[in-house]
Design a protein around this ligand. Structure first.
Ligand code: B3K
Ligand code: ZN
Length: 880
C-alpha cells in the first residue's frame, strides 16, 4: 500500500524501457480466500535503451511473492530482491522467460485497483497502475505485449470466466472447478488487461462492420439486471457505425464484451475487447433511469468503444500523455452525442462543465497543463483539464483545419502510429503533416496551464464605416508557471445590425461574398481587427459556439444581452447572452437589501422563453436554467457563498412567482404523449415540464403541489417520477415530501442505482440536506462505505452540490468532510482524494469560509499514514 513518502515523477525523466515484454502468459487460480497468479513473461532487452547492462526491475504493490524462475530454473532468495514495490533481478540474459508466482487477496481489496471482488464476482481495474497489484510487471504503458490468460475457478459460483481477446479453450477441472483460456492477438499495455469471473447472465447482439465482418456483442450483468441492457447495446451499435462513418475506424476483434459491476471507482474502463462499467453508467430502463442517465450511458458506452482506436490501438507513451487518449476520445464522444441529439444543447453542456468546473481547476492549486510536467500520484490526474480541456484543444485543431483536413490528420495519426505508444506531440505532428498548417504556437495549449482571458474593446468609425475590435490576451499565473506566452486562440464571431441580422464580415472594403461568421486567429498579446462597410454600430456576438476554452470580457449592457438572446443566429450565444444577463442580475443583488428590485427585463425575457412554443424547446429548457451557484462562485473574485446563494434564490423565487401562470401553462403544454422515448424532442418536453414544476414548488405553489403529487403517482418513467420527487423535496410541503421520499424508497429499495438517486436528491437539497440529515443517511442500511457510488451520492453530492449547507459558517460541513476523507483514505485512497476537491480552493472564498476550509485541510495533512493520493492534493492546496 502506498503511503506518503512524497516523490514526484517528472516528464523530463522519461527514459525508454530497458526491457520489452513480448508475451505474457497468465494463469489465475481463483479461490474464496485469495488468488494465485502464475505469470510467464517473454522478455528481451530493448535495443533502444541506453543501458545494455540494466538490471531487471518489475513493479509490484501489495503482492505476496511465492516463487521466481528464470528460463524454467527456480531462483533462490538471494538471486532476486523483493523490495515490496519492486522485484529486482540483477543478472539476466538478453532474452529470457521469467515466471513469477504471486498470492493476492481480492476479497480484501477495498482500493478497487488490481483484482478485487464486487457483489461476489471477481473483476479488475488496471489503469493506471493496478496491474502491479496483480503480479510483478513493468507497469508502464510503453511496454506492449500479447496476453494469453487462463482463468480457473469454481464452476457453480463463477460459471462465466472472461478476459481480453478471443476464447480459445475451455474445460473441466477436479473439485467442481473449470477453466477458460483467452488470447488477445493485439499487443497492449498491461493497463488494458481485464479479467471477470462471476455468475452473470449474457445478453447477445451482433454488429456487421463496414467490411462485412460479423461481431459478437455480449453484455454480462447480474441476473437482476437482465432487462437493463438494451439501451447500452443499442448505443454500442450506434457508436460502432458512427466511428466507421466519421473516422473510418472499424472494430478489430470478433467479440466485444461489456460487463457491469456495482463497486467501481470511476465510470468505466476501456480494456481491450472487455469494457468494464460502473453499473450506474451502463444499465438503463425507462422505469429506473432518467433521461440524463440514458444520455450518460450512451455517451460513456461510446467513449469506451472509441478508445479501441484512440487509446488501445494507439496508446500513450507515458502517463503525462494521458490527454492523448482522453482528450481525443472525449472530443470523439462529444461529436457522437452531438450527432445523436441537439448539437447546440451538447455544446452548452460541454461549455458549462468547462466554465464551471475546469476553469475552477485551472485557477486552483491543482492547476496543470493538458500535458503535465510532473505528478505525485497519477490517479489524481484524471482531471477535467486532461479530459475536457484536452477535448477542447483537439476541437480547436478541428476548427483551425476544418473537417476534411482534420479527418486527413486523424487518418494519418492512426495509420502512422498503429500499435505504438506515442505522445501528444505525435498527434499534433500528424495534424500538421496532413494539413500543412504550422501548429507550433498552438502546442502551447498542451504546455501552459491556466485559462486565457480575452478582453475585447470596440470602436466604431461612422464616417469610414469601420468597426474595430481591440483584443487583449492574458493568461494568469498557475503553480510553477508564472510567465505565459500568448496562445493561438481561434475566436469565432459575428456582428448583428440593429434588426438583429448578421452582417457580412468584410476584412477589406468592398470584399465580395464575405461570410457572416469568421474565426479570427488571436495569436498575440494585443491585436486589432477591422471590419469594413459597416453602416451602423453593430452588437458583437463573440466566441460563438465557445470556439476556445477562454473567458471573454466585453461590456455588453443588459439591453444588448436581451437583444442577443432574441436574435443571435448562433444558438450557443443566445444561451450565453441569457446566462450573462442572469449573472449580472444576480451579482447586483448580492448583499443588496430587499428594496433593490429584480431586473424587470429579465422577467420579460424569461416570460418569452416559457411561453414561446415555436423555438427549439431543447434550447429553451437550457436557457431557463439560471447560472449555477458553482458558476457564480467561480466568477467571483472573493466568494461570499451564502450571499451568492441568497441572491440566486431571490431571482429564482421572483421569476417563479411572477411567471406562475405561464409556468402552469408550460407544464400542461408539455405533457408527455405516447410511450416513453429517449428522443431529444421528448427529452426536451420532459425537461421543460419538470423545470416548470420545480419552479412552482420552489415557491410552494398550491397548484404545483397537486401537479407534483399526481405526477409522482402516475409517472410511467423515472424522469417524471424523479422530477416530481425532486420538486417536492425542494419545497416546504414537508408532509408531502416525507411521504414521497418514503414511498420512493419502498418502491425502489432493491435497485442500487435508484437508491443512489434517492440519496442524492436529499443530500443536494438546501431544504433536506442539512448536516444532521446527511449524517443520518450515513447510518441508513442502504449506505455502504465500500461502494464508491454511495459515498459519492451522500458525501460527494453534499460537499459538491449542496453549497448552502456545506459552507455553513460554523465550519461544520468542512469538519464533516475532513473526518470522512480521513476514514476513507484507509480503504479507498482514490475516492478519498477526489473528495478533497471542494476544499482545495479555500483561497477563493471570503474570510468567514477560508479559515474553516484551511483547518479541515490541515487536519488531513496531519493524519498518520496518509496515502500519496490525498497527500498530493492536500499539500498542493496548502502550499504558498
Ligand atoms: N480510462 C478510464 C479511466 C481510468 C481511471 C483510472 N484511475 C476511463 C475512461 O476515461 O475511459
Ligand atoms: Zn476515456
Amino acid at each position: 500500500m502506498r503511503t506518503s513518502q512524497p516523490r514526484t515523477i517528472y516528464l523530463s525523466d522519461y527514459r525508454v524501457p530497458a526491457f520489452l515484454v513480448e508475451h505474457v502468459d497468465l494463469r489465475f487460480e481463483l479461490f474464496e480466500e485469495g488468488a494465485r497468479v502464475h505469470s510467464t513473461l517473454t522478455i528481451r532487452r530493448n535495443p533502444e535503451s541506453g543501458d545494455p547492462d540494466a538490471r531487471l526491475e518489475l513493479d509490484g504493490d501489495s503482492l505476496k511473492l511465492e516463487g521466481v524462475a528464470l528460463d524454467d530454473k527456480s531462483l533462490a532468495v538471494g538471486d532476486y530482491d523483493d523490495q515490496g514495490d519492486k522485484l529486482v533481478i540483477a543478472e539476466v540474459p538478453d532474452q529470457f522467460q521469467l515466471t513469477v508466482v504471486t498470492w493476492i487477496e481480492p476479497q480484501n481489496n477495498t482500493r478497487l485497483e488490481g483484482l478485487y471482488k464486487s457483489s461476489g464476482m471477481f473483476c479488475t481495474q488496471c489503469e493506471a497502475e493496478g496491474f502491479r497489484c496483480i503480479t510483478f510487471f513493468p507497469d508502464r504503458p510503453d511496454v506492449m505485449a500479447r496476453f494469453r490468460t487462463r482463468i480457473e475457478a469454481d464452476k457453480a459460483r463463477y460459471p462465466i470466466l472472461l478476459s481480453n481477446g478471443n476464447d480459445v479453450e475451455t474445460g473441466e477441472l477436479a473439485d467442481g472447478r473449470h477453466f477458460m483460456t483467452w488470447e488477445d492477438p493485439f499487443p497492449k499495455p498491461c493497463y488494458l488487461f481485464a479479467l471477470v469471473a462471476g455468475d452473470l447472465v449474457e445478453k447477445k447482439d451482433t454488429f456487421t462492420t463496414c467490411s462485412g465482418r460479423d461481431i459478437d456483442l455480449r453484455m454480462y450483468v447480474e441476473p437482476r439486471n437482465a432487462e437493463k441492457c438494451d439501451h447500452a447495446l443499442d448505443s454500442l451499435k450506434r457508436a460502432m457505425r458512427w466511428d466507421e462513418d466519421v473516422y473510418g475506424r472499424e472494430y478489430d476483434l470478433d467479440i466485444f464484451m461489456i460487463v457491469a459491476v456495482d463497486d467501481f471507482n470511476m465510470g468505466a474502463m476501456e480494456n481491450k475487447g472487455l469494457n468494464i462499467f460502473n453499473s450506474s453508467c451502463v444499465l438503463a430502463s425507462s422505469d429506473t433511469a432518467t433521461d440524463a442517465a440514458f444520455q450518460r450511458v450512451e455517451a460513456i458506452v461510446a467513449h469506451e468503444y472509441f478508445h479501441n482506436w484512440s487509446g488501445n490501438r494507439v496508446t500513450c507513451r507515458d502517463w503525462f500523455q494521458l490527454s492523448l487518449k482522453e482528450g481525443f476520445t472525449v472530443f470523439r464522444d462529444s461529436g457522437f452525442s452531438s450527432d445523436m441529439g441537439s448539437p447546440t444543447v451538447k455544446r452548452i453542456e460541454d461549455a458549462t462543465l468547462m466554465r464551471t468546473a475546469q476553469f475552477a481547476e485551472d485557477a486552483g492549486p491543482m492547476a496543470h497543463p493538458v500535458r503535465p510536467e510532473s505528478y505525485m500520484e497519477i490517479s489524481n490526474f484524471y482531471t477535467l483539464t486532461i479530459y475536457e480541456k484536452g477535448s477542447e484543444v483537439v476541437g480547436m485543431i478541428h476548427t483551425l483545419l476544418g473537417p476534411d483536413l482534420f479527418r486527413k490528420g486523424s487518418d494519418l495519426y492512426f495509420e502512422r502510429h498503429d500499435g505504438q505508444a506515442v505522445t501528444t506531440d505525435d498527434f499534433v505532428k500528424a495534424m500538421e503533416d496532413a494539413s500543412g498548417r504550422d501548429l507550433t504556437q498552438f502546442r502551447l495549449w498542451y504546455e501552459q496551464a491556466g485559462t486565457p482571458v480575452i478582453t475585447v474593446e470596440d470602436e466604431f468609425d461612422a464616417e469610414q464605416q469601420v468597426y474595430r475590435l481591440h483584443v487583449r490576451q492574458s493568461i494568469p499565473a498557475t503553480p510553477g508557471q508564472r510567465d505565459k506566452k500568448p496562445q493561438h486562440v481561434p475566436f469565432a464571431l459575428g456582428l448583428l445590425n440593429q434588426r438583429g441580422e448578421d452582417l457580412p464580415l468584410r476584412l477589406t472594403p468592398g470584399e465580395a461574398d464575405a461570410p457572416t461568421e469568421r474565426v479570427l486567429d488571436i495569436t498575440q498579446e494585443r491585436q486589432a481587427f477591422e471590419f469594413h462597410d459597416v453602416a451602423e454600430k453593430p452588437v458583437p456576438s463573440l466566441l460563438r459556439g465557445f470556439s476556445a476554452p477562454v473567458r471573454v470580457n466585453y461590456p455588453w449592457n443588459r439591453e444588448q444581452l436581451m437583444f442577443l438572446m432574441n436574435h443571435d443566429s448562433d444558438g450557443f450565444n443566445r444561451w450565453d447572452a441569457g446566462q450573462r444577463l442572469s449573472v449580472d442580475v444576480i451579482q447586483s443583488l448580492i448583499g443588496a437589501g430587499s428594496e433593490t428590485v429584480v431586473e424587470p427585463r429579465q422577467v420579460t425575457a424569461y416570460r418569452h422563453l416559457v411561453s414561446n412554443a415555436d423555438v427549439d424547446q431543447a434550447l429553451v429548457a437550457k436557457m431557463l436554467q439560471l447560472p449555477s451557484e458553482a458558476y457564480l462562485i467561480e466568477l467571483a473574485d472573493s466568494a461570499d457563498v451564502q450571499g451568492i446563494c441568497q441572491a440566486r434564490t431571490r431571482v429564482l423565487n421572483h421569476l417563479a412567482l411572477t411567471l406562475r401562470d405561464e409556468l402552469v401553462a408550460c407544464y400542461h403544454r408539455n405533457l408527455d404523449i405516447g410511450p416513453y422515448e429517449p428522443t431529444s424532442e421528448a427529452i426536451a418536453r420532459r425537461a421543460l415540464r419538470n423545470t416548470a414544476l420545480a419552479w412552482l414548488l420552489q415557491v410552494n405553489d398550491e397548484e404545483g403541489r397537486i401537479l407534483a403529487k399526481r405526477q409522482f403517482r402516475d409517472a410511467t418513467n423515472m424522469t417524471d417520477q424523479f422530477g416530481a420527487l425532486r420538486a417536492l423535496v425542494n419545497s416546504d410541503f414537508e408532509a408531502d415530501r416525507e411521504v414521497a421520499l418514503s414511498e420512493f424508497y419502498q418502491q425502489w429499495q432493491q435497485d442500487p442505482q435508484v437508491v443512489e438517486q434517492w440519496f442524492s436528491v436529499q443530500t443536494s437539497s438546501p431544504r433536506t440536506g442539512g448536516l444532521a440529515a446527511v449524517s443520518k443517511l450515513l447510518d441508513h442500511p442502504a449506505f455502504d462505505w465500500k461502494n464508491p457510488n454511495k459515498v459519492r451520492a451522500v458525501v460527494g453530492v453534499f460537499a459538491g452540490q449542496n453549497l448552502v449547507n456545506f459552507h455553513a459558517q460554523d465550519g461544520s460541513g468542512y469538519r464533516f468532510l475532513a473526518k470522512h476523507i480521513n476514514h476513507l483514505d484507509d480503504s479507498n485512497p482514490q475516492i478519498a482524494a477526489r473528495l478533497v476537491s471542494p476544499l482545495t480552493r479555500w483561497r477563493k472564498y471570503t474570510e468567514v469560509y477560508r479559515d474553516g476550509m484551511r483547518s479541515a485541510l490541515e487536519t488531513l495533512r496531519d493524519k498518520k499514514g496518509l496515502s500519496m493520493d490525498v497527500y498530493e492534493v492536500v499539500h498542493k492546496s496548502l502550499a504558498d
